[in-house]
Structures are given as C-alpha cells and as structure tokens.
Design a binder for this molecule. Structure first.
Ligand code: RB5
Length: 169
C-alpha cells in the first residue's frame, strides 16, 4: 500500500484536511505531519518533516501545501534526495512524475480550489516514472546535489543501458 506523508503551513491547513480525506477514501495510507491548527507558522518546518518522511522511507511520496506551493517546495528541495514540484495544473504534475521522478507534490491553497487540487493529485499519483533518457538527467541532478563534478561527468558520458529510451517520448 502506498503511504503518503502530507503537511502544510497555516494557510494550507483546511485544504490539507480535504486532500487527506480524499486520499484515505481512495485507499492510500496517509501520514499527516501537521500542523494541527491555523496558527501562523513557518512552511520550512513542515517541508522538513515531510521530506524526511520520504527520504527515511516512512512514506513513499509526499504532498505539501502552503499559500502558493512555492516556499514549501523550495524548502523541501533543499533535502538531499527530494525532487519536489510546485504545481497548479494537472499536466505538469503528470510530467513531473514521468520525466523528473518527483517524490513530493506541492500546491497552493491560495492558487487552486479543491476540485483542481484533486485533479493535480490524481494525475501525479497515477503517472509513473519513464526512465530512459530521463534517468540520465535525474541522475545528473543527484550529482549536482552532491556537488560531485566527476560523478556528473561520468553520468553525462556514460554508455549505460539504463539511459536508453524504451520509446521516443
Ligand atoms: C504565507 O503568507 C505564505 O508566504 C506561504 O504560505 C507560502 O505561500 C510561501 O511560499
């Protein structure tokens, strides 16, 4: 069963509750990392909690909500191993999974309503990573994250079967 860690800042509390119910209704396991109330707080606190739940394997994927989805995704992307997308429409959500192997989806409670948020979540969760040439690029991102120029060049020039496209996309 897929476990999804979910968190927000104070602006995203209500939408987070609604998305949590939506996920539970579809049979996902949800780890809700808060906050409990709409008292003003800082989005990096919850970005950190959800990002670590994903990188430590307590959750398969994460969903983060702030006012725009921007601050909370920037914070999550500072954690090694996280590829978070801030997304306000379904097409980019789907491609972020297929091409960029995103493991956290972020959106803004001041930007999207509940119905659009559900569509974004559906497209993201129902898409799968395509690998192939995208795998080389995602691995290059990993080398950037480690500030490892040698590794980056190794990946960039590698003749690796994992980097061969199964189909042209
Ligand atoms: C809070 O006012 C707001 O800045 C926050 O929710 C988020 O949108 C930041 O990116």
């Amino acid at each position: 069963m897929t476990t999804i860690a979910i968190g927000s800042d104070h602006v995203g509390v209500r939408l987070r509750g609604e998305i949590k119910t939506y996920l539970l209704d579809q049979g996902y396991q949800v780890e809700d990392l808060g906050p409990e109330t709409e008292t003003r707080t800082d989005y990096p606190i919850y970005a950190k909690k959800v990002a670590h739940a994903v990188t430590e394997g307590r959750a398969d994927l994460g969903i983060l909500i702030c006012g725009t989805g921007i601050g909370i995704s920037i914070a999550a992307n500072k954690v090694n191993g996280i590829r978070a997308v801030a997304c306000s429409e379904p097409y980019s959500a789907k491609l972020s999974r297929q091409h960029n192997n995103t493991n956290i989806l972020a959106f803004g409670a001041r930007v999207v309503g509940l119905d659009l948020a559900k569509m974004i979540v559906d497209e993201w969760l129902n898409a799968s990573y395509l690998g192939g040439r995208h795998a080389r690029r995602v691995d290059e991102i990993g080398a950037l994250e480690q500030s490892d120029d040698n590794l980056f060049e190794h990946i960039r020039t590698a003749n690796d079967v994992r980097y061969v496209d199964k189909e042209e996309l």
